[in-house]
Ligand binder design. Structure first.
Ligand SMILES: C[S@@+](CC[C@H](N)C(=O)[O-])C[C@H]1O[C@@H](n2cnc3c(N)ncnc32)[C@H](O)[C@@H]1O
Ligand code: SF4
Length: 412
């Protein structure tokens, strides 16, 4: 059992109530590593240690229960990596292990990430039967040349087959697309989008390809479309999805009414989440503090530590209290991604801070035309959405000259 004492001791924050709670489960293996990817994913060994990993997840969850005792879970996201490499039987066992330990809300959303080319016919139906309610498919593109350029293991016909099977088996599903791919033209992006929309997805996530440090692409950068072309692509995405009845409710997410992703909305609304599995991140609130945890990233180390009674912290590699100064920026990193912004009441409830903590940057953002606000809500303007990181950075804690911001308090 985790030592709760340090989470419960008095602190400088006052949270009147705790936010909704979600559960994230990380499955860290893929067929092979994509050259742009900095997620905690590893090329799968010949035989996946599925049962061993499920045992570790079970131990990890059990060990974390004191931190979320009595709280209901409203969404589960099984992400990766490539969770669809796990068999439907394993996913069924995972969900029953979870149900036996935490109270799931009646309408709990349960998403599984699936990659085209990692399943045979009827696998998605079996995931549905195992209790998954929503599938998120990493399509990225429907263009064979572009799929090859970004090192994907699947081709366009497998992407179509996956989208079609998701539409047949699930009432709601998401397709992930990326744009501004190596050598991609505006016409190719328009074609990709049209192919995606032909499957009438209830939800689309569309990401600008970024070159992340420590990836193959960072060392061997491909030639990418210029900034103006990328902006034109984004305008196209917003217009075509709107014409198809989808609304851009978050900087990268488009949905039909009633199909927003509850799990991701919870992140953006600064809700709580317990993350189990290799490298998973958690954010948990207590009456006087907000705590972040990270599990060991290396799957072997995770497997070793999750059950090890000699380690009181088990698979938790770090546990950090978010400082009072950092909370406004952390909140804004999430909430300002939302088209409808946030309510001032939510800010106070979720951070435990008074509104005076953000009055100066809010005034600055308003003067620069980056937000609208009234006495209830703060909403990014079109300009604020276009220059989101400038807007968010207004909420960074002030750094006294020559000094770093005060270190966060380490709990383990
Ligand atoms: C956690 S990843 C994994 C999903 C799944 N394994 C896959 O690759 O299909 C979720 C999504 O993030 C996006 N993504 C990953 N790396 C990215 C990058 N460097 N730039 C932009 N989007 C990225 C991809 O669209 C991907 O589907
Ligand atoms: S399949 Fe997804 S998680 Fe795996 S390496 Fe590729 S982008 Fe990363």
């Amino acid at each position: 059992m985790q030592d709760l004492a340090h989470y419960m001791r008095p602190g400088t924050l006052q949270l009147g109530s705790l936010p909704p709670l979600a559960l994230y489960v990380h499955l860290p293996w893929c067929l092979r590593k994509c050259p742009y990817c900095d997620f905690n994913s590893h090329a799968a060994p010949e035989a996946l240690p599925e049962a061993q990993y499920l045992d570790a997840l079970q131990a990890d969850l059990e060990h974390s229960l004191p931190l979320i005792w009595g709280r209901g879970v409203h969404s589960i996201f099984i992400g990766g990596g490539t969770p669809s490499l796990f068999s439907p039987q394993s996913i069924e066992r995972l969900l029953s292990d979870i149900r036996a330990r935490v109270r799931l809300e009646a309408d709990c959303e349960i998403t599984l990430e699936a990659n085209p080319g990692t399943f045979e016919k009827d696998r998605f139906r079996a995931f549905r039967a195992a209790g998954v309610t929503r599938l998120s498919i990493g399509v990225q593109s429907f263009n064979d040349r572009l799929l090859q350029a970004i090192g994907r293991v699947h081709d366009a016909s497998q992407a179509h087959a996956a989208a079609q099977e998701a539409a047949e088996c699930f009432e709601t599903f998401n397709l992930d697309l990326m744009y501004a791919l190596p050598g991609q033209t505006e016409a190719e992006l328009a074609h990709d989008l049209q192919q995606a929309l032909s499957h009438a997805p209830p939800h689309l996530s569309v990401y600008h390809l970024t070159l992340e440090p420590n990836t193959w692409f960072a060392k061997h950068p491909p030639v990418l479309p210029d900034e103006d072309t990328a902006y034109a692509m984004l305008d196209r995405i917003t217009a075509d999805t709107l014409a198809a009845g989808m609304h851009r409710y978050e900087i990268s997410a488009y949905a039909r009414d009633g199909h927003r992703c509850r799990h991701n909305l919870n992140y953006w609304q600064f809700g709580d989440y317990l993350g189990i599995g290799a490298g998973a991140h958690s954010k948990l609130s207590f009456a006087h503090r907000v705590v972040r945890q990270v599990r060991h990233r290396d799957p072997r180390l995770y497997l070793q530590t999750a059950h090890d009674p000699a380690r009181p912290e088990r698979a938790v590699a770090s546990s950090t209290e978010v400082s009072r100064q950092d909370l406004p920026f952390e909140y804004m990193l999430n909430a300002l991604r939302l088209r409808h912004g946030f309510s001032l009441q939510d800010f106070q409830e979720r951070t435990g801070l008074p509104l005076s903590a953000i009055e100066a940057p809010l005034r600055e953002a308003e003067t620069r035309g980056l937000i609208h606000r009234d006495w209830q809500r703060v909403v990014p303007t079109e300009r604020g959405f276009d220059f989101l990181s400038d807007l968010q950075s207004l909420f960074l804690p002030p750094e006294p000259e020559g000094l770093q911001s005060p270190p966060q308090t380490h709990l383990t």
